[in-house]
Ligand binder design. Structure first.
Ligand SMILES: NC(=O)c1ccc[n+]([C@@H]2O[C@H](COP(=O)([O-])OP(=O)(O)OC[C@H]3O[C@@H](n4cnc5c(N)ncnc54)[C@H](O)[C@@H]3O)[C@@H](O)[C@H]2O)c1
Length: 340
């Protein structure tokens, strides 16, 4: 079977996914939609530039998702929108009965995401969210090592710069760093240690006060408790000039019974009492390809069982970050389970 894929949103992330999909012989990129045809053309140009001498991709361009679905017979649609733009587009795709791949974060709030989740359940469409760390070898190995032992503490720190994308710095458009970006680490924490029960956060705009049109917190510190009794800390800043800090960003540090891990998509450090420290490198950096291949395989077979990042589970990650933002705003502990 050839899987006919459409895209809504042809920005930076969509092009990254296209780079994987063009390598799959059973995938055709059949249609592309953005707010203007120029943006579709720009996305295709970026894809074709990155492919160099490879076969050039072209696809009909649309500015309305509904018209795209009426005009082209698609099996699956990738949704690569800014966080504030989620909602009606997903409902149109789900109503049409198409498989749907949605980039994180699910939305800027819980209400939009919960409605989409309910609609996906009602229609039973194959669905996947772009949490690629779940498909990384070192994460899988960490999960196996932690499966049957008590976990005490999880720490996620992300210190990075301010992305240039204009919507990123606007709270109402991106949700801020916790919801938009550090959600990857929160999702990895949940993948390794299970669900979060409560969150208590502090946030401030301390350092980027000279950046025009910025109203997100540039420093965030959240304490969480897990249902299994573990506690955790999620700390970030987007006010770090230059490169990301090595050894901190994008790794989850876990203290468990007789085991300490630092797990990321690319590597796993293992420390056990009286043993040499073990450094395990990912065999290849193919977690994003695996994410896409798993989704396409599910569309082909009609069976979503292998998808590690379904929407319903991603909603629980989203609730942690939305809860953290709410906690910082209201100055109180938020029970994440009450948001679901
Ligand atoms: N998993 C990852 O590692 C990863 C990496 C980067 C981005 N992302 C996520 O991907 C999403 C998109 O990010 P990006 O960097 O591609 O952003 P972007 O701004 O480069 O692209 C978004 C595109 O959506 C289009 N768009 C906006 N509203 C639309 C609408 N109503 N209909 C059709 N198109 C519309 C915009 O014109 C733009 O071309 C974000 O949620 C981001 O968090 C994920």
């Amino acid at each position: 079977m050839t899987v006919r894929v459409g895209f809504v949103g042809c920005g930076g992330r969509a092009v990254r996914e296209m780079m994987d999909l063009v390598q799959m012989p059973n995938v055709t990129m059949a249609a592309m939609c953005d707010i203007s045809e120029d943006r579709v053309a720009a996305g295709l140009a970026r894809l074709n530039n990155r492919r160099g001498a490879g076969e050039q991709v072209s696809a009909p361009a649309f500015t309305d998702c509904r018209k795209m679905l009426e005009a082209v017979d698609l099996d699956a649609v990738y949704v690569g929108l800014p966080p504030f733009a989620h909602g009606a587009i997903e409902h149109t795709i789900i109503d049409a009965g198409k498989a749907i791949f949605i980039e994180k974060p699910l939305a800027v709030d819980m209400a939009v995401a919960k409605e989409i989740d309910a609609h996906i359940r009602e229609k039973g469409v194959i669905n996947c969210v772009g949490y690629q760390w779940r498909y990384a070898g070192p994460m899988e190995q960490a999960r196996e090592m932690l499966a049957n032992i008590p976990i005490g503490l999880l720490i996620a720190i992300r210190l990075g710069g301010l992305p240039a994308t204009p919507w990123w710095r606007v709270q109402a458009q991106s949700g801020g760093m916790l919801i938009e970006q550090h959600t990857h680490s929160v999702d990895a924490m949940r993948y390794l240690a299970g669900d979060v029960a409560t969150v208590y956060a502090a946030a401030a705009t301390q350092l980027l006060t000279d950046v025009p049109n910025l109203d997100i917190a540039d420093v965030n510190a959240a304490s969480v408790t897990f249902v299994n009794g573990a506690v955790g800390s999620i700390v970030n800043s987007c006010a770090v000039a230059g490169q990301q800090m090595p050894n901190l960003s994008n790794a989850i540090h876990i203290v468990a019974k007789d085991l300490v891990l630092a797990a990321s998509a690319g590597s796993l450090t293992v420390m056990r009492p009286k043993q040499e420290r073990q450094e395990i490198k990912a065999e290849s950096d193919d977690s994003n390809f695996k994410l896409n291949a798993t989704f396409i395989q599910a569309v082909e077979s009609g069976n979503g069982a292998e998808i590690r990042s379904p929407y319903s589970d991603s909603l629980r990650t989203h609730a942690v970050t939305v809860g953290a933002v709410q906690s910082a705003r209201e100055g109180r502990i938020v029970d994440v389970r009450e948001l679901l």
